[in-house]
Design a protein around this ligand. Structure first.
Ligand code: GDP
Ligand code: IMO
Ligand code: MG
Length: 421
């Protein structure tokens, strides 16, 4: 069977840590969408590493790590990442597998991403500029190159043809940066990629399932960045929700069992777009500082705010979440009061539904207040030992979402995870 771990907010919920924690219970960990726009932080023997493309199960011996067909892959970033992982004593050549259907991010995709964002001016998406959107555009536009194409002698011809198409686009944007150095490292990384285990991902994973192996699908980004259900156009270019697992790995929906949704105890967003519960005040600043809320991929400061239960309930619905995991609860330790948004006021009307076009609306979040717990919880191991005020907060969330919070993360460390009762 297949279980899924995915983010329910705007990304950076702590998925990497959680996947790493649960990987021991699985045989296969697989990424099904997104690309190096993701930055998943793990602490391995106390040492920090941020993974962008390699699944977060790579530090567990004898676990298969699969980059699925739904991912877009930058070979340059992959090569760099493989080297970092190797330096930490991991034989990635043994446990890392890549689907031949995975689309490649080309240097010109990165250039188009940059040029396109620049042309949007104030309306820019705040992309990570990793070439994600242009790579997915070439996938749906039926132009893209895939990892399996690398092994075909026509690859260079196909590359040149696409490169010419991209050049026309870049000329339209009046983009004239020299990207020859990017191309050089790209071709160098392709040779590296060719040596990795390139597999027929859908047979590969279905064979494992058939053999009774357990698969964990690792989401990137978050549900509110989903290309269909997020705050469009301020989204990423893939289906980040559980439905993406089927198309991104080639597995049938009946195979999916648990959907573990990860949410912070508050909320953050990096990049542009609507964020009704954003705090542009001292409390927001405090959350950013205490939570060390700076992007794992770009280093940009993350926008911070209160947890948004309207959005969270929506995310639970579209994902079929069966269990919740709350991370970064410790970041709220010092607050006197906490707030939870449980409805929106739009044009003086209350609603608990996510509107079609959030970015064109004036949304006033309606809050419920809670007393803070004012206790350092980072050393707590058992649920019973959590402060009473925190249990009130958790119980409220459980009741509102009608899905149990099963785990509470109280620090970045791999052992800082409390099983809820
Ligand atoms: P991901 O993209 O969902 O994997 O999340 P990121 O790695 O981008 O961002 C999460 C950040 O929060 C990382 O720096 C983690 O080390 C850190 N983190 C994860 N869980 C906790 C937690 O419970 N408490 C604290 N204080 N930090 C955490
Ligand atoms: P993880 O997996 C947070 C955001 C970008 C931007 C928008 C589009 O670490 O949670 P893109 O590069 O996809 O064109 O950017 O999506 N974004 C993320 N925000 N965490 C991520 O991944 C993100 N990946 C993309 O900041 O607003
Ligand atoms: Mg991240």
């Amino acid at each position: 069977m297949v279980d899924v771990i995915l983010g329910l907010q705007f990304g950076d919920e702590g998925k990497g840590k959680i996947v790493d924690y649960f990987a021991k219970n699985y045989d296969v960990v697989a990424r099904f969408q997104g690309g190096p726009n993701a930055g998943h932080t793990l602490y391995v023997d106390g040492k920090k590493i941020v993974l962008h493309q390699i699944p977060s199960g790579i530090f567990h011996e004898n676990k298969i790590n699969l980059i699925g067909n739904g991912v877009v892959l930058d070979p340059v970033i992959l090569k760099r990442e493989c080297n970092s992982v190797e330096a930490m004593g991991i034989d990635y050549k043994k446990n890392l597998f890549i689907s031949q259907r995975t689309h490649l991010i080309l240097p010109t995709h990165r250039a188009i991403d940059k040029a396109s964002e620049a042309s949007k001016g104030n309306d820019k998406i705040g992309s990570t500029l990793k070439g994600i959107s242009p790579a997915y555009m070439d996938k749906t536009g039926r132009n893209g190159l895939r990892v399996g194409d690398l092994l075909d002698k026509s690859f260079i011809t196909q590359y040149i043809r696409l490169r010419l198409k991209h050049q026309k686009l870049l000329d339209n944007f009046s983009f004239n940066e020299d990207i020859s150095a990017w191309e050089e490292e790209f071709f160098d990384a392709l040779e590296f990629l060719k040596e990795l285990k390139i597999v027929n991902g859908e047979y590969f994973i279905n064979d494992k399932i058939q053999q009774g192996k357990k698969v964990l699908a690792e989401g990137a980004q978050g549900s509110m960045l989903d290309v269909d259900f997020g705050t469009f156009p301020y989204v990423t270019s893939s289906n980040t929700i559980s439905a993406g697992v089927c198309s991104g790995l080639g597995i049938a929906p009946q195979k999916i069992k648990e959907v573990l949704g990860v949410t912070k105890a508050y909320c953050t967003r990096v990049g542009s777009g609507p964020f009704p519960t954003e705090l542009n005040d001292e409390t927001g600043e405090q959350l950013r500082k205490t939570g060390n809320e700076f992007g794992s991929t770009t280093g940009r400061p993350r926008r911070c705010g209160w947890i948004d239960l309207v959005a969270l309930k929506f995310a639970c619905m579209i994902n079929g979440v069966t269990q919740l995991i709350m991370t970064k609860a410790d970041v709220l330790d010092a607050l006197n009061t906490l707030q939870v948004c449980n409805s929106y006021k739009i044009d003086n009307e209350d609603t608990t539904e996510i509107p079609f076009q959030m970015s064109r609306m004036n949304i006033d979040p309606v809050y419920q207040r809670f007393a803070g717990w004012k206790t350092d919880i980072t050393g707590v191991k058992n649920f019973e030992d959590l402060p009473a005020n925190m249990k009130v907060y958790i119980n409220y969330l459980n009741g509102f979402l009608n899905i149990p919070i099963k785990f509470i993360s109280n620090g970045p460390g791999s052992d800082q995870l409390i099983v809820a009762l």
